[in-house]
Design a protein around this ligand. Structure first.
Ligand SMILES: Cc1cc2nc3c(=O)[nH]c(=O)nc-3n(C[C@H](O)[C@H](O)[C@H](O)COP(=O)(O)OP(=O)(O)OC[C@H]3O[C@@H](n4cnc5c(N)ncnc54)[C@H](O)[C@@H]3O)c2cc1C
Length: 216
């Protein structure tokens, strides 16, 4: 994943969880529009996107070739359903690059004096090196005692890894989530990940409190 920062003129303050549309035009003038969640906090001066580089991907490849100072057409902030809301317990569940909107949520939470609220971030990635924003997340762990990070690797290759291995399952979720306190759940990633986790959470929490963002 690569982080990109943009200065956006006349920018409207976003709510963590929102995204922008980025538009590029190819050599024939055909527009290609893709959505990217905002990783930065609302009070940051610039907007950050965390973009997974896809070989042959039109917009991600274009971004990787951009030079500092170059401009791009954007529209946003957009999104009305995946918005951060305070809760006694926040459960954030990310598959791969689905971590990005949670970085904005966590950054925002840190600016609020709300250590009495528990936040659980479950993140699934192939290997430790592919967990997006790992360093930033580890820093937040140090700063906020009520933040709990539960990474899990599906293709662990290192014997040094102390965390979980395999897919996130019901018993793993049950170990960490308290179903008796007011909770908001956010699921983000590709559609198969989001749907499968939504089913796994169903035995633990009401579906109505689960918000989903599909990256496909
Ligand atoms: C609300 C929302 C938020 C999102 N936030 C993020 C985010 O924070 N970070 C992020 O990384 N992504 C995010 N996405 C996904 C993002 O919008 C793009 O879908 C993604 O970056 C791929 O775009 P691309 O133009 O680079 O690739 P595309 O050009 O769309 O190609 C996607 C893949 O398909 C392959 N492909 C393309 N054409 C063909 C073909 N003809 N035959 C076979 N294979 C082909 C490409 O090689 C590539 O691997 C989000 C999506 C949504 C809906």
């Amino acid at each position: 994943m690569v982080a990109f920062r943009f200065q956006i003129e006349g920018r409207e303050k976003h709510i963590p969880g929102q995204y922008y549309e980025l538009c590029i035009k190819d050599q024939s003038g055909v527009p290609h529009i893709r959505s990217y969640s905002i990783a930065s906090s609302p009070d940051d001066e610039s907007i950050e996107f965390g973009v997974q580089m896809l070989p042959g991907g039109k917009v991600s490849s274009h971004l990787s070739r951009m030079k500092i100072g170059e401009q791009i057409e954007v529209r946003g902030p957009l999104g009305t359903h995946f918005l951060w809301q305070p809760s006694k317990q926040l459960v954030l569940v990310a598959g791969g690059s689905g971590v990005v909107p949670f970085i904005s949520i966590l950054g925002h939470e840190l600016t609020r004096n709300a250590d009495h609220r528990a936040i659980h971030l479950f993140a699934s990635a192939k290997t430790e090196n592919t967990i997006p924003y790992l360093q930033e997340i580890r820093e937040i762990e140090k700063q906020r005692s009520s933040f709990h990070f539960h990474p899990t690797l599906t293709r662990n290759t290192s014997s040094d890894w102390k965390g979980n291995i395999g897919r996130i399952d019901e018993s793993f979720l049950k170990t960490h989530i308290d179903p008796t306190v007011p909770t908001k759940v956010y699921l983000c990633g590709n559609s198969s990940f989001v749907e499968s986790l939504s089913q796994k959470l169903a035995s633990l929490l009401p579906q109505a409190i689960i918000r989903k963002e599909y990256f496909n």
